[in-house]
Design a protein around this ligand. Structure first.
Ligand code: WTA
Length: 635
């Protein structure tokens, strides 16, 4: 199979050049040789970033689940597809073979059909990391329904916003979920959310915690009995290449979450091809990505990418700190994990607990280590390299976004020489550009600016659900005819890329994207608050933490500050979820503003970064006098 698995650096450059010089031939060959199709495409690519419109493999017919399941039944039926590792180590891991996975997905597809789900309908999945998560995602894809997975740590309000935005007809959830020591009442959260949703006809409930739940007659159904009665055969719906596959919400710097829409064929080809090469995946490997399927990393690199390659992929229900900080290492030893893919925030948290934990376990099966979600600092990179990889497993620092569908800048293990904190080189087919503030592309090396991509790749998101204009405005208007990532990057003397962080009002906290506007809205809901502004500041473990500046009404000034802080974080937890809670909350009499009344976050950011002696010119402010009091009260 030509170029599907790149083996050395020279080949990487050759293949890269081919993918850039003749993308249509290149991607046409990859698609034709490595996937099964009901009908071949009429055209590999048509695109116009000014609209923006991108279509890959137009006219082709396929079902992604036939590529992830059916085709493996000939050669890999008894191979483990999903290795489920439960929250508590005393509960036995489950090996779900390709045959069983196929049958379960078919059963569930039949259940969805029986419940009236049709091609094109949206289904919300609000589940913990249990096998039913994978069955649900694939069953939707099998019947042609568009899945919208919502991370099961989001609050009822966040869930109902997402259900309503794309008008889901069904919600798939579980009675409860285990997360370390905690048991969470997921079904209760769904019930609360559905008070605000009229579009949902049915709720399927998987059993996990055996907690007592409220079952609404006619709407809610236990999943297991329906699946037991359903046939284990299902003819996959034949989809068009550009039919929607899923929606996944991501935070924006303003307003409501953006439902990124991914389509079928291009997403399949790119997630699968990147998986094979970025993780140097070989037939008998045991691959583990610790992300949650609630995020894009889980979609592309727990489910679709690995399964399209016939891999064994671990689904881990637990957390790195439970029952102790050795859990990741224990799981690696137990299942002889070969590729391990996690987030810098997890590495920093584990490094803080000391190297005694990894030292207790046999990690010698590891061949590739990966990181994703935020820039990895040098110290964490070396700890990972020394204490987990024993300087024997290359680290792939993979840069990408929900909008990208798959990894776009990354080393290839054993091929690209790595450099700590650098995501290194563009993946095959990716044409990055670094832009200066005037919108000019900086073509030489040793430059620093805004990171864009000049040419479409197969898994770029096609739109924001229900709001194409916002898609255009967010990604395609800042720089003409280019996709703008929202990240800053530098390119060093050898052409390696280093991602320097967000250049907009999105803050990455513990690897999660958080928009400032929705958090500020949640704070402003508090009856004692006039207004607020959120900025990020450096945090040893989370990468960034949130610093909130809050102006109180007179009623609030009479109240106890600690109580107010608790209430504000409670409001954030209710509107968004605990991941968006503030680390620091400073009350002030006013916030620095421009003459047009816009809060000057730049100044607040500097104060939170303890750089207040270097605030620049304040004379243009509407209220320069507030700055000193904000500085005096800073933490
Ligand atoms: C950041 C996660 C530096 C970046 C797959 C991006 C990174 C945002 C890296 C997307 C990395 C992701 N180095 N920064 N290796 N990977 N990011 O949509 O700011 O949850 O824009 O997708 O995470 O986050 P998202």
């Amino acid at each position: 199979m030509s170029n599907y698995h790149i083996k050395h650096l020279e080949e990487y450059f050759q293949v890269y050049n081919k993918s850039v010089n003749d993308p249509e031939t290149f991607w046409g060959e990859i698609a034709e040789e490595n996937f099964i199709w009901h009908k071949k495409w009429d055209r590999v690519l048509s695109w116009d970033f000014t609209k923006p419109e991108v279509k890959w493999f137009e006219g082709a017919k396929l079902n992604i689940t036939e590529n992830c399941l059916d085709r493996h039944l000939i050669t890999r039926a008894e191979k483990t597809a999903i290795l489920f590792e439960p929250n508590h180590p005393s509960e036995k891991a489950q090996h779900i073979t390709y045959r069983i996975l196929y049958e379960q997905v078919c059963r569930m597809a039949n259940v969805l059909k029986d419940q009236g789900i049709q091609k094109g309908d949206r289904v919300c999945i609000y589940l913990p990391m249990i096998p039913e998560m994978v069955y649900s995602v694939l069953a939707c894809a099998r019947v042609g329904a568009v899945h919208s997975v919502v991370f099961a740590g989001f609050s009822a309000t966040a869930l109902s916003t997402r259900i309503n935005d794309c008008e889901c007809k069904m919600v798939i959830t579980s009675d409860g979920s285990y997360r370390g020591k905690k048991t969470i009442d997921l079904k209760g959260i769904v019930d609360e959310a559905l008070k605000d949703c009229t579009c949902v006809d049915s709720v399927l409930v998987a059993k996990r915690t055996n907690t007592k739940v409220n079952i609404v007659d006619g709407r809610d159904h236990w999943l297991a009995p329906l699946m037991n009665n359903a046939s284990a055969l299902h003819n996959a719906e034949i989809m068009d290449a550009e039919d929607p596959l899923f929606i996944l919400y991501t935070s924006g710097s303003t307003g409501s979450p953006k439902g990124m829409l991914h389509t079928t064929a291009g997403y399949m080809v790119y997630s699968s091809y990147t998986f094979k090469n970025v993780f140097n995946y070989q037939e008998n490997d045991v691959y583990w990505c610790t992300a949650d399927v609630g995020w894009i990393t889980g979609h592309s690199y727990i489910i679709y990418g690995p399964l399209a390659n016939g891999a064994t992929t671990i689904v881990f229900e637990g957390v790195p700190s439970y029952p102790d900080y050795g859990r990741f290492w224990e799981v690696i030893e137990k299942h002889k994990v070969t590729q391990f893919y996690t987030a810098p925030t997890a590495i920093r948290a584990l490094a803080k607990e000391g190297s005694e934990f990894p030292e207790k376990y046999d990690l010698s099966t590891l061949k590739v280590l990966g990181t994703v979600g935020e820039p990895i600092n040098e110290e964490a990179w070396h700890w990972y390299d020394d204490h987990v990889g024993h300087n024997n497993s290359p680290i792939v620092d993979t840069y990408w976004q929900t909008e990208n569908g798959g990894i776009i800048v990354t080393p290839l293990p054993y091929i690209t020489p790595t450099k700590p904190t650098f995501a290194t080189l563009p993946f095959i087919g990716i044409q990055p550009a670094i832009m200066d503030a005037n919108g000019t592309e900086l073509k030489c090396n040793q430059v620093n600016g805004s990171l864009c991509v000049k040419f479409p790749w197969p898994s770029i998101a096609r739109t924001i659900w229900g709001n194409h204009q916002r898609y255009k405005d967010t990604y395609f208007t800042t720089f003409e005819n280019k996709y703008f990532t929202g990240d800053g990057a530098l390119r060093d003397e050898s052409g390696y890329y280093r991602i320097t962080g967000r250049v907009d009002d999105v803050i990455i906290v513990s690897g999660h994207n958080l928009g400032t506007a929705p958090i500020e809205d949640a704070i402003n809901e508090h009856p004692d608050v006039v207004e607020s502004a959120i900025v990020g500041y450096p945090h040893d473990i989370k990468g960034n933490a949130l610093y909130g500046y809050v102006t109180l009404k007179d009623s609030g000034k009479l109240r106890d500050e600690e109580t107010l802080r608790k209430e504000i974080n409670q409001s954030i937890t209710e509107h968004i979820g605990p991941i968006a809670k503030l680390n620091k909350i400073q009350f002030s009499d006013g916030l620095p503003k421009t003459r047009s009344g816009k809060i000057m976050r730049r100044i607040l950011r500097k104060i939170a970064h303890k750089e207040s002696d270097n605030l620049g010119d304040l004379s243009t402010l509407l209220n320069p006098e507030v700055v000193q009091s904000v500085i005096d009260n800073a933490f």
